[in-house]
Design a protein. Structure first.
Length: 488
């Protein structure tokens, strides 16, 4: 998921000083910003474009509901598990180099997705896209941080980055819907090719290479445990309704996920330079940021997944009209995210989180009564409220993650919050599809089968409200000070 963060918090494990080797033309920071925003544009559009095209993909490739879930989660799981590793690789081997590799992989994956002839092939190529995407946005923000050394110029660059993130979400459904309807679903992946290849060429010419003086050590065992845990849990949730919850396969997947988590918690504190320093979670604001990221983006991913299917299958809308219906969500995100950033800077995260929680509650409560003839105006209002909530919560997540952290740890803390967003997105799609499949098996139509999910999302909204209060108490601020002291 695209997001706007302060560049000072994006380099995973990098130190305050960065070694830079100048490339020809590297004295043009605005051009470097434009190149980096090209990667954000294609990754951001990819989120909403694919959701709009899911019904067409299902019809053409004869995919099941679980197959559609894997189209989204194969991508998200790879991003979630490799985000921090990609940051470490860029610090060690060069940010421009990793950025270019990410662009090539993402572009190649897009081309292969457009050529897929089976659902299995498409899922595999989506995973390749995810591998490339894990090397793009966090690394691009580190490049921007090195290109804009003055705080005022850097703040302006971050504002542009945030605006592009909003635009990419807004135009994705429109472009995806129009292409799917006029040309076919394969064309939604073609749009990445010219942008990706142009960004690769421009990066080689204008982006300077930079590395961290001391890159974080690799943690292959921790990385393997994270992937095994997330992949097993997601597989169990998605495949459970079809294989049977008590089958040996599903039980084994749940056991594997639990064992991976237990081993990770046991192993990581014993490493000198762990993939995830568990001491971070002693900070109440940091823990709340991780939980907020999972809840908010699980709701967002589930929301996009279900509404694309609902609008086209239950309401009979075209792909293009489905894209038009998501515009209120994207526009409200664009409006509320900068507003939330200003509120966080002046008043802390409580106002933003309380507003986000209230908007989540109102939006999802309206959808708990969703039917095949729900007035379109009511739907658009619910979508706008959901966009308002997501725009308000996102800057607060990043701020809570890095609040009070030493500069040397701020990048790692922000990267963990970003990973939480991706984990939430993967679980959101998995849970949403599974609950709908279980309800549908009981004889409910698709629209009625979505009602339990909207109630779950309503619970997430209530949790956002609770965390907005809890993470801003004196007790929470004291916990942050104690954690910062541990690292100092």
């Amino acid at each position: 998921m695209p997001e706007a963060k302060t560049p000072s918090t994006t380099s995973v494990g990098s130190n305050a000083v960065t070694a830079v080797s100048r490339a020809p033309g590297s004295s043009h920071p605005n051009l470097i910003l434009g190149i980096c925003c090209m990667s954000l544009l294609i990754v951001g559009m990819d989120v909403t474009i694919v959701n709009v095209a899911l019904p067409a993909i299902q019809q053409d490739l004869h995919a099941t509901l679980s197959g559609l879930q894997w189209i989204l989660d194969a991508y998200t799981l790879v991003v979630a598990t490799l985000l921090m590793l990609s940051g470490s690789l860029s610090d060690r081997f060069g940010r421009r180099r990793v950025f270019q590799i990410g662009l090539v992989l993402f572009t190649a994956g897009s081309l292969l997705c457009s050529m897929a002839h089976t659902i299995g092939q498409l899922i595999g190529f989506r995973a390749l896209q995810g591998l490339g995407a894990s090397m793009l946005n966090p690394v691009a923000l580190s490049i921007i941080a090195n290109a804009f050394r003055e705080p005022k110029a850097r703040a302006h660059a971050v504002g542009v980055w945030g605006a592009v993130a909003g635009v990419s979400l807004a135009i994705g459904p429109l472009i995806g819907g129009a292409l799917t309807q006029a040309v076919g679903w394969r064309s939604i992946f073609w749009i990445n090719l010219p942008i990706g290849l142009t960004a690769v060429a421009l990066a080689a010419r204008f982006v300077p290479e930079s590395k961290a003086p001391r890159a974080r050590a690799f943690d292959p065992i921790g990385q393997l445990l994270v992937f095994a845990g997330l992949a097993s849990l997601t597989s169990a949730v998605i495949e459970g309704p079809h294989t049977g919850w008590t089958s040996w396969t599903i039980v084994g997947l749940f056991v594997t996920a639990g064992a991976a988590l237990a081993l990770f918690v046991f192993y990581e504190p014993r490493r000198k330079d762990p993939l995830l320093d568990l001491r971070f979670f002693r900070s109440i604001p940091f823990s709340s940021a991780t939980l907020l990221a999972v809840c908010a983006f699980a709701s967002f991913a589930g929301f996009l997944f279900l509404n694309a299917l609902y609008l086209q299958q239950a309401r009979g809308f075209s792909a293009f009209h489905t894209g038009l219906c998501t515009l209120p969500l994207a526009v409200m995100m664009m409006v509320s995210a900068p507003l939330s950033g200003r509120l966080v800077g002046r008043y802390g995260t409580r106002p933003s989180l309380l507003a986000a929680g209230a908007a989540f509650l109102l939006s999802t409560l309206m959808l708990t009564r969703l039917s095949s003839d729900t007035p379109l105006a009511l739907l658009l209002l619910a979508y706008a409220l959901f966009g308002l909530a997501l725009g308000m919560v996102n800057p607060a997540i990043t701020n809570n993650a890095v609040a009070g952290m030493p500069l040397s740890q701020a990048g790692v803390a922000a990267a963990i919050a970003s990973t939480g967003r991706q984990v939430g997105a993967a679980l959101g799609v998995a849970v949403a599809g599974t609950v709908v499949a279980a309800s549908h098996a009981k004889g409910l139509d698709f629209t009625q089968a979505t009602h339990p999910i909207w109630w779950i999302m309503t619970g997430c909204g209530a949790l956002v409200l609770l965390l907005g209060w809890a993470s801003n108490t004196p007790w929470a601020h004291t916990s942050t000070s104690r954690v910062a002291h541990l690292f100092n």
